[in-house]
Design a protein around this ligand. Sequence first.
Ligand SMILES: C[S@@+](CC[C@H](N)C(=O)[O-])C[C@H]1O[C@@H](n2cnc3c(N)ncnc32)[C@H](O)[C@@H]1O
Length: 281
Amino acid sequence: MLCLEGKISLQSFLGTSIIFFTICMFNYYYHLTNLLLNVFIVSFFALNLYFILRFFYNKYAFAIAIRAALLGLLFSLGMYLKLVAPSNVQIFGGYMSVMALFHYSEFLAIAIVQPKQVSTDSFVINHSPQYTIAAVTSWMEFFIESYFFPGFKEIHWLSNIGLCVCILGDVLRKTAIMTAGSNFNHLVQCEKSSDHVLVTHGVYGWFRHPSYVGWFYWSIGTQLILINPICIPGYAIASWMFFKGRIYIEEIMLLNFFGQQYCDYQQQVGTGIPFIEGYKI
Ligand SMILES: C[S@@+](CC[C@H](N)C(=O)[O-])C[C@H]1O[C@@H](n2cnc3c(N)ncnc32)[C@H](O)[C@@H]1O
């Protein structure tokens, strides 16, 4: 059974996705309004969402509902742009949908496996200042290049490869969360809880850090979608450095928790991210 927070988020995400996508498609097929007007209509509804949700939900539920609803709106707006925007902007629509789906499904996955710990942080929207700076930098690169070299952003087959990388990365990450279940936590745990067990089956039999492997490739995939020649290597290097540090710290804790059992696991299974060894005794 999905917890209350999960249900609220699902209703809000699906509600706005379906409503806005239907409005956009109706407009698109019957040529009722043009693209810019549609973007304006969706933005106007987004403002109204605030008041509608505030009316229905208490403060806590509202904080979840508004985030999920806005992500649903971003998801549907992205799909719409992918279909109807000028050719050099279409790929930004795909990027918007991928981002929205990733952040919403992070929340939903935690709501399923860790219902007692789910909070607005579970959307990982404001993961860290570096994450936000990286996102804004990639948007700037996209729009500058799309203005000066529009043809460059029309290599759709390349962008679609990025889309596939993102989908596979996200599926791997969510599979890892589901496999680890209540042992999974967005924050690296420094104290072992009594019910924490070492997971080594399923995707944890392929890689020691499958959710990081998925996130690593997903992050590079987002830049491939945007065909951002500067951010593609930039994201690869930044993500690699981030996960190298994260895995090192996490494995010190895991060795403390599970001792020889974790040592044996390290011998049998690699981290999954190229050239990252983890912490070895
Ligand atoms: C954000 S999760 C990441 C899990 C793992 N590194 C991955 O990439 O799938 C971090 C939490 O998972 C726990 N964890 C990591 N690997 C684990 C494993 N194989 N079995 C059980 N718990 C694990 C850690 O103790 C930490 O609190």
